[in-house]
Design a protein around this ligand. Structure first.
Ligand code: 5GP
Ligand code: MG
Length: 183
């Protein structure tokens, strides 16, 4: 890990307000239907935990899929690996995939192809953050919390070498202008 600092970017209150708005939208769109949410772990853990507690969908079921693209750096590797698989049968189900952030689009395009092959009745995606300028493969999420510029962010599930996932806010990692002492 390079020396760095974390600057506040989106505070906890802003996140919670936006999560509540997304939940309201999802409640409206899936009212009276059953829904299966698949959280992409580890990144989506805090987001999905807050989101599902605001959903008013009695038939809701939740599962997880562990995918990995980043390794220990801040640059996305080209390939996406599925490290652990969901358990629920998705055939004829309404499926909503939830992730922390949409960056190059490689993760979402790979996992949605995987879910599509299970023949769900519908398949939508929800991300807390979206960096449209970073897209390497075309992908549009159905529900987006915040559109952001190309910054490397941590907190609220997002990590730098597995650190900072526990922060209740989102910060930007800064590598430059670390103190050079003037003697
Ligand atoms: P994609 O496949 O769209 O390039 O990247 C999706 C995954 O890359 C996310 O689930 C997340 O794990 C990681 N990622 C992308 N951008 C960032 C970022 O700014 N900060 C952190 N911590 N992870 C990111
Ligand atoms: Mg991730």
């Amino acid at each position: 890990m390079q020396p760095h600092r974390v600057e506040p970017f989106i505070n906890a209150e802003q996140i919670q307000k936006r999560v509540a708005e997304l939940a309201q939208q999802i409640n409206r769109d899936y009212a009276g239907k059953s829904l299966v949410i698949i959280a992409l772990i580890n990144g989506a853990i805090p987001f999905v935990a807050d989101l599902i507690r605001r959903l008013d969908l009695p038939g809701l079921r939740v599962d997880t899929l562990r995918a990995s693209s980043y390794g220990n750096t801040t640059e996305s590797g080209g390939s996406v690996k599925i490290l652990s698989h969901f358990r629920l049968d998705l055939e004829n189900e309404q499926v909503l995939v939830v992730d922390d952030i949409l960056d190059t689009g490689r993760t979402m395009s790979k996992v949605t192809r995987l879910f599509d092959s299970e023949n769900p009745a519908s398949l939508k995606t929800c991300v807390l953050l979206d960096k449209p300028s970073r897209r390497a493969v075309p992908f549009t999420a159905d529900y987006v919390g915040f559109e952001i510029e190309d910054k490397f962010v941590v907190g609220y599930g997002l990590d730098y070498a597995e650190r900072y996932r526990q922060l209740p806010y989102i910060g930007v990692v800064k590598f430059e202008d670390l103190v050079t002492p003037i003697i």
